[in-house]
Design a protein around this ligand. Structure first.
Ligand code: ADE
Ligand code: ZN
Length: 343
């Protein structure tokens, strides 16, 4: 039975701002994709996955292993139909948690680098799902094209320029970001590409300070990132904390992710409470729910139960998520008013 807290969390209109489409796919859905593929005339004849085989893809013990697991899951996506079903399932689950708007990373960088295939046909499936979800459940969704930083700026350029080109036809493509391994590649090599993306009207995000120190977050801010994914190590630098507070730069905090990838040694050491108390613009997100066994509602529940966020503070986190979204101002105002009505 759902607890009072769960019901309350579900009632809060909120935005999910740091969620990877591929990391939201469950092993069960991967199996279903492989079965549907076999049944589809003309589809690639790949072997059907068993549930055990699918589950094996989700195992990792450290951050590098996690990135490999993420890549292995992404490699299971072959067609527009695969992207469509994955997107639809993701949006259905978000809606069930009271998420009214999502800004979802899609790893175009992985598709380009490992697949050497064009992305437009796959994107058509994502768009079908996005439109169907909005019609059925009222949830809205923007896409963020994510490059893999350790593949370097030339590969990132392909991803960002594709986003810039496609957004004319598909305004749901709202921005770009860099994920992957920041221990291997910092933010600075992407400076010019970020400038170019901004000039093309794209919004800028970056994973930063997840597996490296505060220098990684300074780097992301310096190249113009408007939101910071993770920002786990900002706590180590008082000057950075002051800048983040003063500028109210939104942080896409992903608590369970940080512990599961061993980026944070333990839940007790996670800085989310310190950030909030220091007046930083904290948002709560799930990152890769299928890899971490934790969805957005779980993350808010964790904030309440492990970090003592009161109900009013949980409402503030939901409010931050709407405020920090790339929605137009009038849509933000409407959702913020709806949020105020929740008791
Ligand atoms: N890709 C998917 N999840 C990621 C994460 N947490 N960090 C870096 N790259 C990612
Ligand atoms: Zn991420």
């Amino acid at each position: 039975m759902a607890t009072d807290l769960s019901m309350y969390l579900r009632r809060l209109p909120k935005a999910e701002l740091h969620l990877h489409l591929e990391g939201a796919i469950s092993p069960e859905t991967l199996v279903e994709l492989s079965e549907r593929r076999i049944a589809r005339p003309g589809a690639a004849k790949l072997p059907v996955l068993t549930l055990d085989e699918a589950r094996a893809l989700y195992r990792y013990t450290d951050f590098s292993g996690f990135l490999l697991a993420f890549k292995a899951i992404t490699e299971q996506l072959h067609s527009a139909e695969d992207y469509e079903l994955a997107s639809l399932r993701m949006l259905e689950r978000l809606h069930a948690q009271g998420v009214v708007h999502a800004e979802v990373y899609v790893s175009v960088g992985v598709v380009y680098y490992w697949r050497r295939t064009s992305f437009e046909p796959l994107f058509a499936g994502m768009e079908r799902a996005r439109i169907a979800a909005e019609q059925q459940w009222g949830i809205t969704c923007f896409w963020i094209f994510d490059a893999v930083r350790h593949f370097g700026p030339e590969e990132a350029a392909r991803v960002f320029r594709k986003a810039a080109e496609m957004r004319h036809e598909f305004p749901s493509i709202i921005g770009i970001g860099i994920g992957g391994d920041e221990r291997r590649t910092g933010a600075e090599p992407f400076r010019e590409l970020y400038e170019e993306a901004r000039a093309a009207g794209l919004r800028l995000t970056a994973h930063a300070g997840e597996t490296v120190g505060p220098g990684g977050i300074w780097g992301a801010i310096n190249i113009g990132a408007e939101r910071i994914g993770h920002a786990l190590t900002a706590i180590e630098d008082a000057d950075l904390m002051a800048v983040l507070a003063e500028r109210q730069i939104p942080l896409e905090i992903c608590i369970t992710s940080n512990v599961r990838t061993a980026s944070c040694a333990s839940l007790a050491e996670h800085p989310v409470r310190s950030y909030f108390d220091a007046g930083l613009m904290v948002t709560i997100n799930s990152d890769d729910p299928a890899l971490f066994g934790s969805d957005l509602e779980d993350e808010y529940r964790l904030a309440a139960q492990q970090f003592d966020f009161t109900r009013e503070q949980l409402r503030e986190l939901a409010s931050n998520s709407l405020e920090a979204s790339f929605l137009p101002p009038e849509r933000k105002v409407a959702w913020l008013q709806a949020l105020e009505q929740v008791v």
